[in-house]
Design a protein around this ligand. Structure first.
Ligand code: FAD
Length: 516
């Protein structure tokens, strides 16, 4: 439908919706080329889920890897990506990601505020071209405050601080917060950008099938914004929208996402759909096993160095050291931990004290978990089985078999410890460091559910980050990046940093297309 009443409250060349890694890379790319750029962000903070992230960036063959002496290239990355993702997504889209990964880093690092460094973190699949010690780069920590204190004060706090209601820590910006802070400083340094927090996009404005602007809410009124070159939608997925998660993902709701609160309810996907966009991959998320919390939420859990996962039958069903998205897919396949009716329990012995034998991005307080019934303890395995509602014989048998695997150093059932990723987090001192016996009572169990780091189905895009209609034609003036789009990785998570890395590349590509 054409919008004919062209009265505008704001005008810009490029309107960017959202303020995660893809959005700010796109905004910087446009503003650095002299385009008048406006960023609108729904919440009171910049950064979205990107600010919560470790901010590993999977960008093969980039100059930060080269500085660290890591041998990599777009070709090696392509061989690996293709081997993992195959035909699940369009090859030109995959090629655009690989071909522009290194340029994106070079372009960003040309601004003195932006700097990346290599840190080891293995790729997630055994496939040709894999980097066993990893190829991801991370933003260098940023001392705080380093200029623009008001801008930096608005960067979203770390996940653990926000979830536990604690103050944002003093000290340098690290990980995803460092990425967001650095990109904001770069954006500001262009002199061509403005940012509006608390300003959610509500709809796109079209004329003759082209997007010419958008409407957003600000202070209770509608702001009509003209965008002369285009609109970049980088407003995350729909992970916080319980209704859409039930409809598109058959999940009980949105409580277990690790996505930042208050923002990602699929608004940009809905607005683009109304403007004619085609959708794909709506059943997909960046999955992860997650620790269930007393308040009903759940927290991303990775890097197990002890314990096993058992389902309602008291049996193991997967290699617990799998990369988190692959473990999430095992939970889905086993229909375990996917609803309130099919719990999974992480069972371990007493050698870890009050700590969990793995990394949870929000720390668990044992006393509070115990009181809520989410951390159960018993002197014997049979008693623990009763406490978690699984058969005692089954649980005792599972642990006996697992302890035999640990003694021999071979997980004959699920091959735990055979992959470099498994061993990256291992701390055991037996013949297989990933297999730590469960033998020192009392015994413990905490509840694990299927969580996610964001959904990754959405609008279909092409190699120029243009949003496509059902017939495959681009919608003039409309671009998208990140979890607003149907991911270039389809139903796979090839390695650390594909979500934000690909969002940044397509943000960059969109800016180039709008500029030239
Ligand atoms: P976001 O970063 O969430 O940004 C979207 C923004 O859009 C939000 O600020 C939101 O408020 C805003 N928005 C929503 N609707 C509107 C609207 N209507 N108008 C205006 N603004 C709107 N990925 C990696 O690649 N590497 C990692 O190391 C990594 N580690 C992770 C660790 C954790 C703990 C978590 C939770 C995730 C991690 N991820 C990682 C996943 C990754 O963070 C997300 O998938 C990714 O950041 C999503 O980027 P995005 O730009 O699509 O969305």
């Amino acid at each position: 439908m054409a919008d004919t009443a062209h009265t505008w409250d704001e005008e810009c060349d490029v309107l960017v919706v959202g303020s995660g890694g893809g959005a700010l890379t796109g905004a910087y790319g446009a503003a650095a080329r002299g385009l008048d750029t406006l960023v609108v962000e729904k919440t009171r903070y910049f950064g979205g889920t990107t600010a919560y992230a470790g901010a590993g960036l999977w960008l093969p063959g980039n100059q930060a890897q080269a500085r660290a002496g890591v041998e990599d290239s777009a070709e090696l990355g392509r061989a690996y990506f293709r081997a993992v993702v195959g035909d699940a997504t369009e090859h030109p889209l995959q090629d655009a990601y690989l071909d522009h990964a290194a340029d994106t880093v070079a372009f960003l690092e040309a601004n003195p505020h932006v700097r990346f460094e290599y840190r080891p973190f293995p790729d997630y699949f055994p496939a040709p071209g894999r980097a066993d010690t990893g190829r991801a780069v991370f933003p260098v920590d940023l001392p705080a405050p380093d200029g623009a204190p008001a801008l930096l004060a608005a960067v979203r706090p770390p996940a653990w601080a926000e979830r536990l209601g604690l103050a944002t820590p003093e000290g340098p910006f690290t990980d995803g917060r460092a990425l967001i802070a650095r990109l904001l400083l770069a954006l500001e340094s262009t002199g061509h950008a403005r940012t509006l927090l608390g300003t959610p996009l509500t709809r796109l404005v079209t004329e003759d099938g082209a997007v010419i602007g958008a409407e957003a809410e600000r202070d209770g009124r509608t702001l009509r914004i003209r965008a002369r070159r285009g609109v970049l939608l980088a407003a995350g997925g729909f992970e916080a929208n319980a209704e859409l998660r039930r409809a598109w993902q058959e999940l009980p709701g949105a409580d277990w996402t690790m996505g930042a609160p208050g923002g990602n309810t699929g608004d940009a996907i809905t607005a683009a759909t109304e403007a004619g966009a085609a959708l794909a991959g709506l059943d997909q998320s960046w999955w992860c096993p997650s620790l269930r919390f007393p308040d009903g939420s759940a927290a991303f859990t990775l890097g197990l160095h002890g314990g096993i996962f058992v389902d309602g039958s008291g049996r193991r069903f997967a290699n617990e050291s799998l990369p988190y998205d692959r473990m999430g897919r095992q939970l889905l396949a086993a229909k375990a931990g996917t609803s309130h009716d099919n719990p999974v329990w992480w069972v371990f012995d007493d050698r870890f004290g009050d700590e969990l034998p793995g990394i949870t991005v929000v720390p668990a307080d044992r006393a509070a978990f115990t009181e809520a019934g989410l951390w159960r303890t018993a002197d014997t395995l049979a008693a623990l089985a009763e406490r978690i509602g699984v058969g005692a014989e089954a649980l005792c048998d599972t642990v006996r078999v697992f302890n035999g695997h640990a003694q021999r150093g071979v997980d004959a059932d699920f091959h735990r410890g055979e992959d470099p990723y498994d061993r990256f987090f291992a701390r055991g001192d037996g013949p297989n460091p990933c297999l730590v016996p469960i033998s020192d009572g009392p015994f413990h169990a905490v509840q694990i559910v299927l969580g996610d780091l964001g959904t990754k189905g959405g609008v279909r895009t092409d190699a120029e980050a243009r949003v496509l209609r059902e017939d495959g034609a681009p919608i003039p003036g409309l671009y998208a990046a990140g979890n607003t789009t149907a991911s270039v990785a389809g139903p796979h998570y090839p390695g650390p940093g594909v979500p934000i890395g690909s969002a940044m590349v397509f943000g960059h590509v969109a800016a180039v297309h709008m500029a030239f």
